[in-house]
Design a protein around this ligand. Structure first.
Ligand code: NOJ
Ligand code: CA
Length: 671
């Protein structure tokens, strides 16, 4: 009953404070509860004045008291001898409307606690801790406010601990300051030595949790490092500058939120919006130019050696070839075409100043292609591979982005495939975090959407900068082209780990799974029906159908790719077992799109279609693995079945080993 007026008020962007802020008398311990009372976040100062936090979920201990604090270069640590100045608590509730996403409105409902601390002795420095408890987890961050005799700090360590209560079962990738492109390990927590985040775990009590960060700006990315003496105790290990310092900043310093998503089951992790909720509201006033879209492109051909990026006899980005992609896109309801290898410099990939981001190769007639695409109602997506040469890219950024805008190009795929220049900087360090941010903000100025490869992990910033559409930051489809590839369970882990942080440009949709014509040794370890399902399961507002055109021509199952949207009103997880299978249903208007995928085991699922509207007749189309399909021996055949359904119907899906199914359901309009 109470909910509606809250929502209406919030739509007018009023933040409703449910009970007034209460300032407590200075105390050395306090806690807050989530609105549903299941999540409890406790703060305490021990007798040495060291701040700690602890977390329980459904009365079970998840994080035992864990230390909070910093070490600095040329300044004493800010890690103890504190007293509490005051503690304030507030309950806040609002709703915000994403520009695009997996859901059309997000509830932002939490209890907040601000703890203001001051050193008991000289130099009496102050630090604040901001905590939030949501139904789907907790967030906390540090604020080092402006204060006398302190204007700049160089953080050598953020000493935030995660003192896990149990030896949970955990899905994790190895810590790496330059890459997230790894396969997941599934081990007990005590075996996790150092990890990139998100890290996702199942506790002995059956509930799930995922550790990551939100609103990462002007700060270094975080990894988790196991303590030498306690295998369940982890500390944040920030990515360093070349001189070993982690963060260099002027006061006030507001850190990213440390996030702990908590969920009673694996599927509920996917329903969580904690990370976006911990980001600041949209800063782009006019968002009319931000348009989620599907794309095809001159891309897979280079990875399987059909084409080259560089100019030469196998050059992919020729005028003629690009026209064929534009024709196909126009005929098949695909709004955009990505072209890689269009600009000069690929011969020098990896060297400083290799690339020219405004100069097309001589066999790529950019102005005429833009006109051709325009006539056909198709957009070109630009590509800026830097090879890691960030200074070279920054020097050309304004000129390149203003050229793309003047040509009507709506989006840029960026790339940093190589060691970062200046030498010693890391992809995930503060200096690069600021570079990625500069690219997003410059892109906004020129009305360009960004798809970042070799990025910093998503931390929900697309709420603030909704032109930051999608990114890599995972081991994507490309690995299937030139390595041992991704095993079938990889895509059944991604939705519960990397994808919790934000959209993923995995580039699904390969139809010729074995591509033996080009490479006998490599294959996609999937079925064609699973590749269709991934278009739904792995959410991306810029979603690529990645295969060569010839593999899509005259394939009735391409219809699913034509129809599936890239932004949705509602998302439901129908079943989920991390590393085994997952089924996700997404609604756009009155239509539903379902993706169901499995690991190397064949499975049959039954789903009551109780989410359909009562009394409405729908037409359903299933794109399923052929009964004889199998990801290793017979991955390509797809059967398409169409029939009418209503709310009472049960959908049966038969997934081949390594396979999947895609489903679309549309209301039948009665005449
Ligand atoms: C790596 C990117 O992930 C891939 O999509 C791109 O084709 C290459 N770099 C070349 O830029
Ligand atoms: Ca092959």
């Amino acid at each position: 009953m109470l909910k509606k007026p809250f929502i209406l008020m919030a739509l007018f962007s009023v933040e409703l404070i449910i009970f007034l802020a209460q300032a407590c008398t200075p105390d050395t311990a306090a806690d807050i509860m989530s609105p549903d009372a299941r999540v409890v976040l406790g703060f305490s100062l021990n007798s040495d004045g060291v701040p700690h936090y602890a977390v329980t979920f459904a009365d079970q201990e998840f994080i035992r008291p864990s230390i909070l604090g910093f070490s600095f270069r040329d300044a004493p640590a800010l890690s103890g001898n504190f007293k509490v100045l005051n503690i304030t608590k507030q309950r806040k509730s609002s709703v915000w409307l994403p520009v695009w996403g997996q859901i059309d409105s997000v509830e932002n409902d939490y209890t907040e606690m601000l703890v203001n601390l001051q050193e008991r002795e000289k130099p009496f420095r102050r630090m604040s801790l901001e905590f939030r408890a949501y139904d789907d987890g907790v967030g906390f961050r540090y604020i080092i406010p402006e204060q006398e005799n302190l204007s700049h700090l160089e953080i050598t360590a953020e000493n935030t601990q995660f003192n896990f209560a149990h030896n949970d079962s955990v899905w994790w990738t190895e810590a790496d300051f330059d890459s997230y492109e790894k396969l997941y390990n599934h081990t007990s927590l005590s075996k996790m030595i150092a990890a990139n985040t998100p890290v996702t775990m199942q506790t002995p009590f059956g509930f799930f949790a995922s550790i990551h960060e939100a609103d990462l700006q002007n700060y270094a990315g975080m990894t988790l490092k196991q303590s030498d003496t306690d295998s369940l105790l982890f500390t944040t290990e920030l990515v360093p500058w070349p001189d070993g310092v982690k963060v260099k900043a002027d006061l006030p310093i507001t850190t990213p939120w440390r996030t702990i998503q908590l969920a009673p089951n694996a599927g509920a992790l996917i329903h969580s919006h904690l990370i976006e909720n911990l980001n600041r509201p949209n800063k782009i006033a006019d968002v009319g130019w931000i348009k989620p879209m599907k794309y095809v492109g001159i891309w897979w051909g280079m990875h399987i050696d059909k084409y080259t990026w560089s100019q030469g006899p196998k050059h992919g980005a020729t005028t003629q070839n690009t026209k064929a992609y534009i024709d196909f896109a126009s005929e098949h309801n695909i709004p955009a075409v990505l072209v890689e290898g269009w600009n000069e410099g690929w011969e020098n990939w990896g060297k400083a100043d290799a690339y020219n981001f405004t100069q097309p190769y001589s066999d790529y007639d950019l102005p005429s292609l833009v006109k051709y695409a325009d006539k056909k109602g198709v957009k070109l997506i630009a590509h800026t591979e830097t090879g890691g040469d960030v200074p070279g890219f920054e020097r050309q950024l304004e000129a390149a982005f203003s050229l793309y805008e003047s040509l009507g190009i709506p989006a840029v795929k960026t790339g940093y495939a190589g060691a970062i220049l200046p030498a010693g900087q890391h992809h995930h360090g503060q200096w690069m975090v600021n570079h990625y941010q500069k690219v997003v903000e410059t892109a906004a100025k020129y009305h360009l959407m960004i798809d970042a490869h070799e990025p910093i992990a998503p931390t929900g910033l697309y709420r603030t900068w909704p032109n930051m559409m999608t990114r890599e930051g995972a081991r994507g489809q490309e690995y299937n082209a030139w390595s041992e590839g991704n095993p079938p369970d990889h895509t059944t882990i991604l939705p519960f780990t990397r994808c919790l942080a934000g959209p993923l440009d995995y580039t699904p949709g390969i139809f010729d799974i074995k591509f033996d014509r080009y490479k006998k040794e490599n294959d996609v370890h999937s079925t064609r029906a699973k590749e269709l399902a991934l278009m739904v399961v792995l959410y991306s507002p810029l979603q690529m159908a990645a295969d060569l055109l010839e593999n899509y021509e005259n394939r009735p199952e391409f219809a699913f790719i034509e129809h599936v949207p890239t932004t949705f009103d509602e998302t439901l997880v129908l079943n989920a077992k991390i590393g085994d299978y997952v089924t996700i249903a997404r609604r756009k208007g009155d239509s539903w799109y379902i993706g169901s995928i499995t690991d190397e085991q064949a499975r049959t699922f039954h789903f009551p279609l109780d989410f359909l509207k009562p009394g409405q007749k729908y037409q359903l189309a299933v794109y399923a693995d052929d009964p004889k399909a199998d990801y290793e021996r017979k991955p390509d055949p797809v059967v398409i079945l169409k029939h009418d359904v209503t709310q009472g119907s049960v959908l049966e899906l038969n997934l081949a080993a390594g396979g999947g199914a895609a489903v679309e359901i549309h209301p039948v309009v009665m005449r």
